[in-house]
Design a protein around this ligand. Structure first.
Ligand code: B12
Ligand code: SF4
Length: 514
């Protein structure tokens, strides 16, 4: 019988902007919950330091001391890297004997940068479950780190880094235990509290190769690339959902975090049938637009899907094909959006702003595509040049990467054709502009439509339009709204939920007009 190891996961679940804001509810991480399940199954003790704001040094060290871990596992996204680095520095000064391992996307895609941080002993690359278990078991048996651990880069006491090969990814997801729902303060997660929604994921990986996506690049690291997009079996997925409902019976809705829930049509239909029979809750999911058929839309609506998010990223077909490796056509995107809306499903889109070679004119194309789709809501992200991705290399070659820009700065690229202040202006005007253009598409046609659109274009793009100032004001207004929403959701959760429902209902009314 091995000695139980005390493992403490540190999860920096905050962005720069929330750095000093306390009392924000956190989000679920399936990755950490899954690691925890595997470690606990072998008898180790696992706990979580879920950070929804950046602690100061004292608070951080006191919290770590309270847990007295043998191993700290820190989860590092790219934008969390500067914070993680600071905290690891504190550990190195005050608690240098605790073993520190790092994992997650930034660790996987930029392992050299992470292992170079003083105080990091090991970096896990790619999926962590079984390699982490072996790492912890070795520690339990030998009281030291295994410098030959699979899928880890390990620093020995002399400072030499041992770069061990990656173990193939877990081919059969059904063999994994279900994620440990005890690790998080589960019923107090943001989505559970604010929307009675459970975040779940029943697949891993993706078959596509979008150039900006960290997920696509991760696949290239594995020795076994084919079969990287994997699903739990439909039956196993349903059992996972049943387990979640047992844990939090208040759940009214599932949010599938899977990259593409309709990646495999056979799987999708089998799953949908079981879902109707045994779960029957509303759900939201991400779908790949080229794979959506009329039959699939009917099935989604019948199964309780009330919101679908599809990736647009850019409305300009040329930029999308040439630089993002996304070959879908605008006409098709519009057609699918109308199909979804006519079936009563809310359409949400993912959009990126500040892409390499993007210009304000091209951003307007993204806005117009959303307007023609009659998009109900949007997710808009500033372009992040994640390490090791192809789009980062393109941006580097073009000279758009300024090394003095911090990894958690909102606008990452410095491009002659698109000023930083303009990117911020479009970011915070995006939804409003979609509504303006949508009104034009609904009110006019033919030459009149072209004239009205040209008039609005030139107003927005005009030389004398004070975009910088307007951008700053809209940004402040946006954050004030977020603050109000968060305060209402915490203090008056019933009112918050009722308002959200009202908004969804309003979207449903909008849908009938397509
Ligand atoms: C669900 C999801 C979210 C959820 C939940 C976040 C979470 N921590 O899981 C929400 C909506 C909150 C979210 C938000 C954001 N996300 Co997100 N998200 C995802 C998504 C779609 C799935 C993640 C997932 O559950 N994967 C499945 C689990 C099992 O895998 P995993 O989390 O990677 O964990 C495994 C390994 O990484 C490793 N591991 C993870 N942690 C650790 C720690 C240790 C110590 C070890 C040893 C191993 C280890 O082992 C795990 C098990 O195998 C991914 C894309 C994808 N398909 O993976 C993007 C992704 C992770 N998100 C991303 C980003 C950028 C964000 C945001 C910054 C976006 C934004 N600007 O707001 C925010 C960050 C907010 C935050 N608080 O973390 C990027 C990260 C890229 C990067 N280089 O860092 C990704 C990869 C998408 C992309 N754009 O390419 N996200
Ligand atoms: S489809 Fe989505 S998850 Fe897949 S490579 Fe593209 S962006 Fe990444």
């Amino acid at each position: 019988m091995l000695k139980a190891v005390e493992v403490l996961f540190v999860y920096p679940d905050f962005l720069e902007k929330t750095r000093n804001v306390r009392n924000i509810l956190g989000s679920y991480s399936e990755g950490l919950a899954s690691l925890s399940a595997v470690l606990k199954k072998d008898g180790h003790n696992v706990s979580l330091y879920h950070q929804t704001y950046m602690p100061d040094r004292r608070e951080f060290i006191d919290t770590i001391r309270k847990h007295s871990p043998d191993i700290i596992g820190i989860s590092i996204r790219t934008s969390a890297f500067p914070f993680a680095k600071e905290m690891i520095g504190w550990l190195n000064d005050e608690l240098p004997d605790i073993c520190v391992m790092a994992g997650m996307y930034h660790a996987s895609l930029a392992p050299q940068e992470v292992i170079d941080v003083e105080g990091v002993d090991a970096v896990c690359i790619g999926e962590g479950e079984y390699v982490c278990l072996d790492f912890v078991n070795y520690f339990a048996k030998h009281g030291k780190i295994n410098t030959a651990a699979d899928s880890f880069w390990v620093k020995d006491s002399g400072g030499t880094v041992h770069k061990n090969p990656l173990r193939p990814f877990i081919a059969d997801l059904d063999e994994l235990p279900f994620p440990d729902l005890e690790l998080f303060d589960y019923t107090n997660l943001r989505s559970n509290v604010e929307q009675n929604t459970a975040e779940v994921i029943v697949s891993r990986g993706c078959v596509y190769s979008c150039t900006y996506c960290a997920n696509a690049e991760l696949r290239n690291l594995y020795p076994n690339k084919s079969g990287y997009a994997r699903f739990r079996s439909p039956e196993n997925s349903i059992k996972l959902l049943e387990r979640v409902l047992e844990k939090d019976p208040k759940i009214e809705c599932f949010s599938f975090n899977d990259a593409i829930l309709n990646a495999n049509a056979d799987w999708f239909y089998e799953f949908a049938a079981l879902y109707r029979e045994r779960i029957g809750k509303r759900f939201v999911c991400n779908l790949r637009v080229e794979l959506i058929t009329e039959e699939m839309v009917e099935e989604l609506a019948k199964t309780g899907c009330y919101l679908v998010t599809i990736g647009i990223e850019s409305g300009n077909e040329e930029l999308r094909t040439k630089y993002l490796m996304r070959t879908m056509k605008n006409d098709h995107i519009i057609k699918v959006s109308h199909l979804l809306k006519n079936a009563g499903i809310i359409v949400n889109t993912y959009n990126i702003i500040g892409l390499p070679y993007e210009t304000p004119e091209l951003t307007l194309e993204t806005i117009k595509l959303n307007a023609q789709m009659h998009t109900d809501n949007i997710v808009i992200s500033y372009f992040q040049p994640f390490p090791n991705t192809r789009l980062r290399a393109i941006a580097e070659q073009a000279g758009f990467i300024d090394p003095s820009v911090r990894p958690n700065d909102l606008v990452q690229l410095r491009m002659p054709g698109y000023k930083r202040s303009d990117i911020i202006y479009f970011r915070y005007s995006f939804l409003m502009f979609i509504r303006k253009y949508r009104k034009l598409y609904q009110s006019y046609s033919g030459e009149r439509l072209e004239r009205e659109i040209a008039r609005l274009d030139s107003k927005i793009l005009g030389k004398n339009h004070p975009r910088g100032l307007i951008g700053v004001i809209r940004q402040k207004k946006y954050w004030l709204n977020v603050f109000i929403k968060r305060t209402v959701s915490r203090t008056l959760p019933g009112v918050y939920k009722a308002l959200r429902r009202l908004r969804d209902k309003k979207s449903a009314i909008g849908r009938l007009k397509t």
